[in-house]
Design a binder for this molecule. Structure first.
Ligand SMILES: *[C@@H]1O[C@H](CO)[C@@H](O)[C@H](O)[C@H]1NC(C)=O
Ligand SMILES: *[C@@H]1O[C@H](CO)[C@@H](O)[C@H](O)[C@H]1NC(C)=O
Ligand SMILES: *[C@@H]1O[C@H](CO)[C@@H](O)[C@H](O)[C@H]1NC(C)=O
Ligand SMILES: *[C@@H]1O[C@H](CO)[C@@H](O)[C@H](O)[C@H]1NC(C)=O
Ligand SMILES: *[C@@H]1O[C@H](CO)[C@@H](O)[C@H](O)[C@H]1NC(C)=O
Ligand SMILES: *[C@@H]1O[C@H](CO)[C@@H](O)[C@H](O)[C@H]1NC(C)=O
Ligand SMILES: *[C@@H]1O[C@H](CO)[C@@H](O)[C@H](O)[C@H]1NC(C)=O
Length: 412
């Protein structure tokens, strides 16, 4: 009895003096998070990007770049370890996040995250933020203006990417040596950049590594994309009338931080994007939901919807017959010619990804130049059975299932 009272007292004082717990190892533990000795306080949950980078022993830098059409984008860089004197130049890697994500997704796994992992491997790691994220502004418009949201991934690929790439080339003094690692929509943007602006791409990039590649969406199995293709027509008009130009999900994810939502949220994510094994693990739900959920413009969703409706034709935004004639001098929007991409492209896709399906990735592969294309399915072997769309930055076993493949691709 005395021991029990002592224990209670211990728990009580512990909860009084310790910083409030914010992560637990299992869904069950979240029910008693405040008093549960299995749970702890993870400073990354409440930290800014520079703080997260510092928490893991690295210096961070940020740069604001301005695109010719007025967007100011803040991009981040991990140039060195704390107290490290960099004697010889490091090779630059540019990480480019996907739809509904900003730079923070590349840091969710902390020590094991793509950004920190490749910084530890001695690369000069850069993380991009595109137009529309929290780290973007406009010289003329605010985020309440509909003009601010008047963009698709076409503008990201043809304007944001070259602007960001130029900054990386200039600061690192290594044009031609930048490895572009995109995830999902970050891959779409790289294909648009390198097809429309192929000499710029050839002069600055060494290679592209595409995680969960998205271009010719034709065999998708996720209910999410079918909803998106619906958006393409009537719903788009309705949203326009209502004055809605962006879709926000931040509020949705905020509830994922505690019981019983950690497991429910993981289930919902897997329903839309595909199964993972081991599943999205409970410990990262608070940091995942706190970081990097960013709005999507209705035009981005509509553009993907157009691709799905047209059975995977990867082409520019369809403005309708008259405006197409005016803008493109043709009735149909021009196709992005994937064959023109001038650098090596390694496609890495996951076996259970509902958004980036094997059939579509193989189709994309067959459209790339035969001398410069590589394709890899993960997991190749090892402990995991299924991997899906989010595992490229959330997988518990990411060091085992993904990084060996990226590291292989880095030398291609
Ligand atoms: C970039 O711009 C943002 C927004 O104005 C500002 O908060 C940030 O400090 C700027 N960063 C740099 C490196 O100038
Ligand atoms: C870096 O240097 C500072 C002071 O010079 C020291 O307090 C700190 O522990 C060092 N950090 C690392 C990671 O070595
Ligand atoms: C949106 O952009 C398109 C093409 O760039 C342009 O034709 C149109 O006028 C713009 N609309 C608004 C509301 O800014
Ligand atoms: C390629 O990008 C550069 C830099 O943004 C720009 O000056 C040039 O006009 C672009 N070329 C094409 C063909 O779009
Ligand atoms: C999409 O798939 C269908 C049937 O599987 C095929 O006939 C069509 O050519 C594909 N679309 C493209 C753009 O490759
Ligand atoms: C997969 O198996 C090969 C040999 O068959 C081995 O060299 C490699 O390390 C394994 N990869 C993983 C991710 O386990
Ligand atoms: C592209 O890949 C091929 C095959 O691995 C390699 O020989 C070539 O050097 C690579 N090109 C570049 C620019 O790295």
């Amino acid at each position: 009895m005395l021991q029990f009272i002592n224990l209670l007292f211990l728990i009580f004082t512990f909860s009084m003096v310790s910083t409030k717990n914010n992560v637990c190892p299992s869904d069950l533990d979240y029910y008693t998070i405040d008093l549960n000795l299995n749970c702890w306080y993870d400073p990354d949950v409440d930290a800014s990007i520079p703080e997260i980078i510092n928490n893991h022993g690295f210096n961070s830098k940020s740069y604001n770049v301005t695109t010719w059409d007025g967007y100011i984008l803040e991009i981040f860089r991990i140039p060195s370890k704390l107290n490290e004197t960099v004697s010889k130049p490091k090779s630059p890697i540019l990480l480019f996040p996907g739809l509904l994500r900003d730079a923070r997704c590349m840091l969710i796994l902390g020590e094991d995250s793509p950004a920190i992992y490749y910084a530890k491997q001695g690369y000069d790691v850069w993380i991009a933020n595109r137009r529309g994220t929290e780290y973007s502004n406009h010289i003329k418009y605010t985020k309440d203006d509909k003009e601010f949201w008047n963009f698709s991934f076409h503008e990201m690929g043809s304007i944001d990417v070259p602007t960001i790439v130029e900054k990386v080339a200039e600061v690192s003094k290594q044009p031609g040596n930048i490895i572009y690692i995109g995830h999902s929509m970050g891959t779409t943007a790289s294909y648009i950049y390198c097809t429309l602006n192929s000499s710029h791409c050839a002069n600055n990039l060494k290679a592209i590594i595409s995680l969960a590649p998205i271009a010719k969406i034709n065999h998708t199995k996720t209910p999410l994309l079918h909803i998106i293709s619906l958006l393409e027509s009537e719903i788009k008009v309705a949203l326009n009338t209502l004055g809605i130009h962006r879709l926000e999900i931040d509020w949705l994810f905020k509830i994922c931080q505690g019981a019983p939502f950690t497991s429910i949220c993981a289930g919902v994510i897997e329903f839309f994007t595909g199964l993972s094994e081991p599943n999205i693990f409970p410990r990262i739900m608070p940091i995942f939901s706190a970081h990097g959920n960013t709005p999507a413009s209705v035009k981005v969703i509509t553009h993907y919807g157009q691709i799905i409706k047209n059975q995977g034709k990867f082409r520019q935004y369809d403005y309708g017959l008259l405006k197409n004639l005016e803008k493109y001098q043709s009735i149909l929007p021009p196709t992005y010619n994937l064959f023109d991409i001038p650098v090596n492209v390694t496609l890495i896709y996951a076996n259970y990804d509902l958004l980036s399906s094997k059939t579509d990735v193989e189709d994309l592969y067959s459209n790339l130049h035969p001398d410069r294309r590589f394709i890899v399915e993960i997991p190749r072997n090892g402990s995991a059975k299924y991997l899906s769309h989010m595992d490229f930055f959330l997988a518990a076993n990411i060091e085992e299932v993904l990084y060996p493949e990226i590291t292989n691709a880095l030398v291609k």
